[in-house]
Ligand binder design. Structure first.
Ligand SMILES: [Zn+2]
Length: 93
């Protein structure tokens, strides 16, 4: 799913003090449009269904590739905690 870019930029502008990339020192960040998810690792395979999922939005340094992952919940983006992702909803139909 896509994030709300204006809301995310507002969050970053308010919270991100030093915008220098910690790897290369540049300020060439590119804010991702889409929300991705982090799932808990299970050594016996990928688990589909309910479980802890962290929605994240990548912000990538276009100079060196260093990527910062912003938690969409904490950024205040309109995602309800615990909801399945859009792709999971499609899988169930
Ligand atoms: Zn960098």
């Amino acid at each position: 799913m896509e994030s709300d870019p204006q809301k995310l930029l507002g969050h970053l502008g308010h919270k991100w003090e030093s915008k220098k990339c910690p790897m290369c020192g540049e300020q060439a960040w590119v804010v991702g449009k889409n929300v991705f998810e982090l799932r808990e690792f299970h050594e016996k395979g990928f688990v589909i269904g309910p479980g802890p999922v962290i929605p994240i939005i990548p912000v990538t340094c276009s100079n060196c590739g260093n990527t910062v992952l912003i938690n969409a919940f904490i950024a205040g983006l309109p995602i309800r905690q615990g909801d399945p992702t859009d792709s999971e909803k499609e899988d169930r139909q």
